[in-house]
Design a protein around this ligand. Structure first.
Ligand code: SF4
Length: 236
C-alpha cells in the first residue's frame, strides 16, 4: 500500500495519508508538506530527516490494521495524496470492514467506482471547480469524470462535497456554480468549503449566500490546539 503516515485524534478516529497524486492543484498543501500540519514542527523536521534518509517505508495491509487495532481506532479517514490511485485500496477496505473499522475516503473524485463507494462509510468528494476551463487551469486535469461521479453517487447521504476557496481563482461566484450543480443532484448534500490557507472572513459571507442554494454548506472551524497522536512512523 501507499500509506506512510497515520495520526490519531482524541475521538479515536485516525487519518491515514497515501503517497501520490497525479493532479497538480495550485494550492495543494500535500505537495509541499507531507506530514500532518498539526504535528509539532520538531516532529515534522525529524520525520523529514528520516524520509530523506530513506528510513520510512510504506505499510502492508496487515501492519496497518494491527496499528489501528492496537490503538483502539474505530474510524479511519483515507486521504493524501489520492487514495484511489492505490491498487490495494479495495483489499484494504475489505480488510477494514472485516475488522469492523469504518473507513472514510477523501478523494479528488476522479477514480471512484461502485466497490469503493459500497465499502466506505462515507466519502468526501472534491469538486475543485465546476467551470471546465477553470478546473483544468487549477488542477491540470479535466473535471469530466468528477462531474460524472457526482451525478452517479451524489444522491447518497454518504457523500460530503468539498471545495477550496482560493483567492483570485475559486471565489464565491464559482462556489455558487458548484452549489447549483450539487443542489440539482441532491438538495440536502453537505458541502464543505475550505480556505486555501488560514481563514478568510469572506468565506463566511460566501457561505451565507451559498446556503440559499445548498442549505448544508459549512466550513470547519479550528477548535483547540491539541496535536494528533502520531501512530506511524513510530518514534525512534
Ligand atoms: S487532488 Fe488533492 S492531493 Fe491531488 S494535487 Fe489536488 S489538492 Fe493535492
Amino acid at each position: 500500500m501507499n500509506i506512510y503516515q497515520i495520526v490519531k485524534f482524541k475521538d479515536n478516529s485516525a487519518y491515514a495519508t497515501f503517497w501520490g497524486c497525479d493532479w497538480n492543484c495550485t494550492y495543494c498543501i500535500w505537495k509541499s508538506q507531507k506530514w500532518n500540519i498539526c504535528l509539532p514542527q520538531d516532529v515534522r523536521d525529524e520525520l523529514d530527516r528520516r524520509w530523506r534518509e530513506n528510513r520510512i517505508r510504506f505499510l502492508e495491509i496487515d501492519e496497518f490494521i494491527k496499528i489501528l487495532k492496537s490503538n483502539g481506532v474505530n474510524l479511519v479517514f483515507l486521504g493524501g495524496g489520492e487514495p484511489t490511485l492505490d491498487p490495494h485500496l479495495k483489499d484494504l477496505l475489505l480488510a477494514l470492514k472485516s475488522e469492523k473499522i469504518e473507513s472514510w475516503i477523501i478523494t479528488n473524485s476522479e477514480h471512484l467506482d461502485d466497490d469503493i463507494f459500497e465499502l466506505s462509510k462515507g466519502l468526501t468528494m472534491s469538486l475543485k471547480a465546476f467551470d471546465p476551463d477553470l478546473h483544468l487551469k487549477l488542477t491540470g486535469h479535466s473535471n469530466e469524470e468528477v462531474i460524472k461521479n457526482f451525478k452517479k453517487f451524489g444522491q447518497s447521504s454518504k457523500i460530503v462535497a468539498e471545495s477550496v476557496y482560493s483567492k483570485g481563482l475559486v471565489e464565491c461566484d464559482e462556489m455558487i456554480k458548484i452549489a447549483t450543480f450539487l443542489a440539482g443532484i441532491n438538495k440536502d448534500m453537505r458541502f464543505r468549503i475550505d480556505p486555501e490557507v488560514g481563514g478568510y472572513q469572506e468565506i463566511d459571507d460566501c457561505i451565507e449566500n451559498v446556503k440559499k442554494i445548498l442549505p448544508n454548506t459549512y466550513r470547519i472551524k479550528a477548535s483547540g490546539n491539541i496535536p494528533p497522536e502520531l501512530l506511524y512512523p513510530e518514534k525512534e
